[in-house]
Write a protein of this length. Structure first.
Length: 271
């Protein structure tokens, strides 16, 4: 009788028999470059989970005084270069169009979490992304050649992130997808997300990260639920999405939606 484990049909299927419980690392320092809704939301969740956070933005540490005060003693402000050099992991929460302004030298050797999504505008676009020659995370990895980029936290809104976290083993624990080329970096990010209260599903390499990008079944909608039926204006839907408490999405559902994804045109199309 053959007792060897079955062949994995997808990169996100974990090997049979291996525990998926992550190791909690209480001494982790998370650095955040960019303090918009995503960066600020993750900072709040990280501090609440007991992590130290270093915040930075393009306007300077003095502009973060109020946010740091709200977050408490586990948070402090720095420049992007200082934040990059300090954190065990770094969230690069800037517009994709600004990714080339990330501190490349200071991020060398670091695990960088990429929550950026492609949103072409009349002022900026990428023919390589438009033609699906690269994913947006491959573009970021090319710029941050010395870093280890992991695509994560890009398909769930900050409000849902702050509402859907659960302890490990909870029956309604939500899972988030991640992608990356370095297995150790992906484990670091999976460990972080476990501390923050989420399971993870490994979708494969950065080239596979399109499976959870905009215009796929796994992007945003599963975590939001259905908008009110009387919403017909796009702005109303967007405002609702920013405030919706969210719907738990288990690991099995994330795998199902990733399998169903069909690659189409990349990115949001802003009007």
């Amino acid at each position: 009788m053959d007792t060897s484990p079955p062949e994995r049909s997808h990169p996100w299927d974990p090997p049979r028999g291996r525990s998926e419980r992550r190791t909690r690392v209480s001494s982790t320092t998370l650095s955040i470059i960019g303090t918009g809704r995503v960066g600020s939301g993750l900072a709040r969740r990280a501090v609440d989970a007991g992590l130290d956070v270093v915040l930075s933005n393009s306007r300077g540490p003095e502009t973060l005084t109020r946010l740091v005060a709200e977050l408490g003693p586990r948070a402090r402000a720095a420049t992007p270069a200082e934040a990059a050099g300090t954190g065990d992991l770094v969230l690069a929460s800037v517009p994709l169009s600004a990714h080339t302004r990330l501190p490349r030298a200071e991020l060398a050797g670091k695990t960088v979490i990429d929550p950026m999504n492609y949103a072409p505008t009349p002022d900026w676009g990428s023919p390589e992304l438009d033609g699906n020659e690269l994913t947006s995370s491959e573009l970021v990895q090319r710029h941050l050649a010395g870093a280890r980029v992991v695509k994560a936290l890009h398909n769930i809104g900050p409000t849902q992130l702050l509402n859907l976290f659960r302890p490990a083993g909870a029956p309604d624990r939500t899972a988030l997808p991640l992608s990356g080329d370095d297995p150790d970096a992906k484990k670091e990010v999976a460990d972080l997300l476990d501390i923050l209260g989420f399971d993870t599903v490994d979708l494969g390499t950065l080239a596979d990260s399109w499976r959870s990008e905009p215009n796929t079944p796994l992007y945003a909608i599963p975590y939001l639920g259905r908008p009110p039926a009387d919403f017909t204006d796009v702005q109303d839907v967007v405002a609702w999405a920013q405030q919706a408490p969210g719907v738990p999405v288990p690991r099995a559902r994330v795998k199902e939606l990733a399998t169903a994804a069909v690659r189409g045109p990349a990115g949001f199309r802003m009007q």
